[in-house]
Design a protein around this ligand. Structure first.
Ligand code: SF4
Length: 467
């Protein structure tokens, strides 16, 4: 499918500015976490949250993430933390471990803490059968007070679900579903070892609507083996016809040294960088012309979806799942490799089941990495999140909240932004930075200007090249 009009975002700009970089689901990003932050530090952060709540501040609602690592078969593009197995007897012991981890939290922060957001991710959460998912929800509802207005979302692998399963998820209280589609082309699906029909996704989306789910999301990936600009444009068209409330579009990054399953991908079948840019440009065009609103980064939503409404009203937030309508709140991450955010700390659980289980068997939090944010990190996080979520940073509000002069602290960054201003991505005003409509497509590049860790790396790289 070749477009006959000018693309909304020029291929030249995408080539120049769509550079790989962090997705800023946190700042600092998870690769900055250190091993010096362990179970004791995590427990201390939880304890000061509990003391703050008891001291009159009241407990702010929590967000909870549960990682279910099991997958029945491996997708070759996978970069997630997962355990590939067809042995479903592994679910029971994993649920036992989650129960122990939940109990450790309750012992520190107290029972029935309010929860406004729950997300089940993986791996494949629907690896659990209906009874196992019921048990998990029972454990969570027993330990936390999940608010009636809470967002309850779950990632659904269409190969492991049917309308009957969705009905069960609705009965458990889930109100948002995210389906992994990636690409509908059978040749691409075979090349990545993930074969599922468009029909199965359509059937699930229809059922989700009938069952009253508040929002549905479909994930796509461009840059996969055997994909061409034409084949991906067909997938984009098919997804637009399915009309999910939200679409997430991710770029495939081929890093076989880091992610073992990717070694099974024949590099000769990967599209060229120039083809990937065309796919991205055509996808943006396809979604926007089909009526989707560009939210930022990888996300599109229908105009009446709560994410699009939040963007219009300047109420977007960003958490480890991407954009969200929920105000910033503490996040408890449960399960192997899960990431949490408590107060001014980030933490991550053990990445292997053995290490995760060992810690819990010793009645210890399975935290293996994390960090305490410095004042400088908190300042930069506020700037980066304001750019990513509101598309505007008011110097005065940052100055008041962080007791700094914005112009003095960020003189070098403001200089760098002026080059992005020439490309039409931002406007540096006397008292604010404003991301332009075009700039939203490159908001990651704008945010990167304020990432102290990234800039330090670049300076080091430059330094080592120079010498
Ligand atoms: S992409 Fe998802 S379903 Fe596929 S192997 Fe990775 S975690 Fe499992």
């Amino acid at each position: 499918m070749q477009s006959t009009h000018e693309p909304l975002v020029s291929i030249e700009l995408l080539r120049r500015l769509d550079v790989p970089g962090p997705r800023y689901t946190s700042y600092p990003t998870a690769d900055r976490f250190v091993e010096a932050f362990g179970p004791a530090q995590y427990e201390r952060a939880l304890r000061s949250r509990a003391e703050g709540a008891a001291g009159g501040a009241g407990a702010a609602p929590l967000s909870v993430y549960v990682h279910i690592p099991f997958c029945e078969s491996v997708c070759y593009y996978c970069a997630c933390n997962k355990v590939v197995t067809r042995d479903h007897t592994r679910s029971g012991p994993y649920l036992d471990a989650l129960e122990r981890e939940i109990a450790l939290h309750v012992a520190v922060i107290g029972a029935r803490q309010p929860v406004s957001q729950l997300h089940l991710g993986g791996g494949t959460p629907t690896f659990f059968n209906d009874a196992e998912l019921s048990r998990l929800m029972q454990m969570l509802r027993g330990a936390f007070s999940i608010q009636t207005s809470a967002e309850l979302s779950i990632e659904v692998d269409p190969r492991t679900a049917d309308p009957q399963r969705l009905r069960h998820l609705a009965e458990l209280g889930f109100n948002r579903l995210s389906f992994g589609a990636q690409d509908f082309d059978p040749t691409v699906q075979r090349a990545v070892h993930r074969v599922q029909s468009e029909e199965s996704v359509r059937e699930l989306l229809v059922a989700a609507r009938e069952l009253g789910f508040r929002s549905t999301n479909v994930d796509l990936i461009y840059g996969l083996p055997q994909q061409t600009a034409d084949s991906f444009a067909r997938t984009v068209k098919q997804v637009c016809d399915l009309r999910p409330d939200r679409i997430a579009l991710y770029a495939y990054a081929h890093l076989p040294q880091r992610f073992k399953p990717q070694r099974r991908i024949d590099i000769a079948l990967l599209p060229l960088a120039s083809q990937k840019i065309t796919m991205l440009s055509q996808a943006i065009d396809g979604f926007v012309r089909a009526g989707y609103v560009y939210i930022g980064m990888d996300h599109f939503a229908l105009p009446d979806d709560s994410l699009a409404v939040a963007k219009r009203q300047g109420r977007l937030h960003r958490n480890f799942q991407g954009y969200s309508t929920q105000p910033d709140c503490d996040l408890i991450g449960l399960g192997v490799s899960a990431i949490g955010r408590i107060g001014a700390t980030y933490s991550q659980n053990a990445k292997t089941l053995a290490e995760y289980n060992d810690a819990l068997n010793q009645r210890q939090f399975p935290t293996v990495r994390g960090m305490e944010l410095t004042r400088g990190d908190l300042l930069r996080r506020a700037v980066i999140m304001a750019l990513m979520c509101q598309g505007r940073v008011e110097f005065e509000s940052i100055a008041v909240a962080h007791l700094v002069s914005f112009e003095q602290t960020f003189a070098a960054e403001l200089d760098t932004l002026r080059t992005l201003q020439v490309s039409g991505l931002v406007e540096v005003q006397a008292d604010a930075i404003e991301v332009t409509a075009l700039g939203w497509y490159f908001v990651r590049s704008i945010a990167m200007v304020f990432d102290r860790h990234l800039q330090a790396d670049r300076a080091r790289e430059h330094f080592s090249r120079v010498i």
